[in-house]
Design a protein around this ligand. Structure first.
Ligand SMILES: Nc1ncnc2c1ncn2[C@@H]1O[C@H](COP(=O)(O)OP(=O)(O)OP(=O)(O)O)[C@@H](O)[C@H]1O
Ligand SMILES: [Mg+2]
Length: 329
């Protein structure tokens, strides 16, 4: 459930890239909010703008080509887009943390685990309770890295992939953030370790009450972990719903297709369902609904005008002409 206290609210955010071929509208007018302690899943196919949404929040859109050109990103009511570089540096890794896909890339292989965890405290001038080494051991303990007293002196290459990702989660929560953004945090791990890392994230969330924005391709992860889901397609959010509603009653034809494409163990079928066609080029996206060309239920209006966002229930919104007034005519 969305709580009354929104810690993050995006309003009409647009993040564009200037390229030699024109402007790529990677994130194009998206709005959503996250309440304290919520775990919100952001799903959508490759290139739909999920990572650019998270980088926009963090103020880390690749420069100089990329820029958040419109909208507001309110964190505790303050617009992050109005903060300067130094103010954003202070927020990152402290009040908002990010966990990336590949732990081997996120950790520096030639610096010890102790040094790298210590850096999180040092950078934000946290008062050191006891020794820095003890604080680092405390972080590893929290994320259940075995024998933390010994392993804290290791280098990342001496850790397994799962241990590295646990360490990164530990670094992400070390300063008690209000918001944790996880961009595909388990894709580089095998399935058993994936399940453990997801379990850990859930536990961390319960202990710290941090909100989590979970970016993933995997609808199974969303079902296991999230309270609410946002579905992104070609730079826009096309459906927002509580997780239970989403699985019982997905409404946008793209969201229905996504759920149908998940293979189910034990259910035999001749062919796995897939959504035909490709998403549009974000250099020149169509005027109407961006899914129209692939939609089996497309009507003339779908290619002419972008559908408004319609509320099906208090917490369930969909942008599709099948549910909007003009589409019914
Ligand atoms: N530096 C760049 N210059 C131009 N376009 C870019 C640049 N970086 C990203 N894009 C475009 O922005 C769009 C969104 O990319 P983004 O990385 O957010 O997708 P994603 O949903 O995270 O995909 P994936 O699931 O593969 O991680 C893509 O169409 C991509 O081509
Ligand atoms: Mg991505």
């Amino acid at each position: 459930m969305q709580t009354s206290e929104n810690i993050l609210e995006l309003k009409g955010v647009k993040t564009y890239f200037s390229t030699t071929k024109g402007v790529v509208k990677a994130v194009d007018d998206i709005s959503f909010s996250i309440g304290r302690g919520e775990i919100v899943g952001l799903v959508g196919e490759s290139g739909s703008g999920k990572s650019m949404t998270s980088l926009s929040i963090m103020g880390l859109v690749p420069q100089p080509a990329g820029k958040t050109v419109a909208g507001e990103i309110l964190f505790h009511g303050e617009d992050l887009l109005k903060k300067n570089d130094e103010q954003m540096r202070q927020i990152r890794g402290d009040k908002i943390s990010m966990i990336l896909q590949d732990p081997m890339v996120s950790l520096n292989q030639i610096l010890s685990v102790k040094y790298q965890i210590g850096e999180v405290f040092r950078y934000h001038d946290k008062s050191i309770l006891g020794s820095l080494k003890e604080m680092c051991i405390g972080v590893l303990k929290k994320v259940k890295v075995p024998s933390p007293e010994l392993r804290v002196n290791d280098y990342p290459f001496q850790f397994s992939g799962g241990m590295c990702q646990r360490t990164i989660i530990g670094m992400g929560i070390a300063n008690g953030p209000d918001l944790l953004i996880a961009d595909e945090p388990t894709t580089a791990l095998d399935v058993t370790i994936q399940a453990q890392v997801l379990q850990l994230m859930k536990q961390v969330q319960e202990e710290t009450n941090a909100a989590i924005l979970m970016i993933t391709h995997d609808l199974g992860t969303v079902a296991q972990l999230c309270t609410r889901v946002l579905v992104m397609y070609a730079g826009r959010i096309i459906e927002k719903a509580p997780v239970n509603t989403f699985y019982k009653n997905p409404s946008h034809p793209y969201a229905i297709g996504l759920i149908k494409s998940v293979p189910v163990l034990g259910r035999k079928s001749d062919r796995l369902y897939s959504i035909e066609g490709q998403p549009p080029n974000l250099l020149n996206p169509p005027t109407g609904c961006r899914f129209a060309a692939r939609c089996e239920q497309a009507m003339p209006i779908c290619t002419q005008e972008y559908p408004p966002e319609v509320s099906l229930e208090a917490d369930h919104q969909v942008s599709c002409w099948l549910f909007a007034e003009k589409g019914e005519q």
